[in-house]
Write a protein that binds this ligand. Sequence first.
Ligand code: M6R
Length: 359
Amino acid sequence: DKGTYPFYMLKEIDEQPNVMRKLSQVYLNDNGQPVINQDLLDALKAADRLYIVAAGTSYHAGLVGAKLFESLANVPTEVHVSSEFAYNQPLLSAHPFFIFLTQSGETADSREVLLNVNEQKFPSLTITNVPNSTLSREATYTLLLHAGPEIAVASTKAYTAQIALEAILAKALGEAVGQSAARDFDVKQQLALVANGMQALVDEKDDFDAIAKADLLHTPNAFYIGRGLDYAVSLETALKLKEISYVQAEGFASGELKHGTIALIEKDTPVIGIITQANTAALTRSNLQEVAARGAKTITIVTNNLAQDGDTIVLPAVDERLTALLSVVPGQLLAYYTSLNKGLDVDKPRNLAKSVTVE
Ligand code: M6R
């Protein structure tokens, strides 16, 4: 039931602070230590490489997860689009472990990979929102997202839940293999900060409605740019905008712009820069200046500690590894209000189904 909300998507965006709190309750004890099944941890410890396999938004959550597993647990991690991996399996390491990210647990492309993985007798984990879903039943292990039903076709709370759970799992694995980075990472405190930061963002809906009306409503195209984790979020926020508002939106690595994409910039093309990583902030800012000099209308989404006069949207600061949990929210709301102001059916965009059960 969507209650007083006009669309499920807005309700699900609003639920994200509570989803963060719920994951903390379910998977962290009072001391902030992860509570993860020991057999699963042993299987992860035995792996020399993790392979995250997913589609769409879940793939984008995997891109963030890889960074968490590498930085907290020091284990090499690859992320693959399921429909590609299924018929073009790359060379694998000696002891691979597969992680399937899937809100529905029913995505046919991801299932095809899991069937191949099972045939090769490799261990696997499905991270899903749906208990007893096909991918949950067929994988060796399952962790549930506890995000509550996600009805809108455009995925929002499942994305942030997947990232939060990856952070908890990466900390658990990192501690199990004696990584000090994992020990020092207070995921419980960080998720509490994230929840409060998300609440502050969703409380400012009118701001996002105004930006959507001014800059996105009448444009045929738009770009999100960033580097590293900000690039990963650019891909996700661009997908949100294109699937529900039908604006031709793309996410780009900001350093790649000058290698071709900048040719697309015209007067008033919206370019949204995501800046949450200290080591690349200045570089992305100079890429934004390059597009502004060619007429682009630039919008910035920046963490508080990196903000400057003139930034459009300022995010509360959290651990740099978790900024995706906050920087995605403005992108979700901008997509929502662009779609709403166009009078579209936000929850049921054309040509799309909630779960894609054909390859
Ligand atoms: O249920 P899954 O997470 O496996 O679904 C994967 C994609 O189909 C899904 O994320 C899709 O991209 C959404 N429409 C994105 O908003």
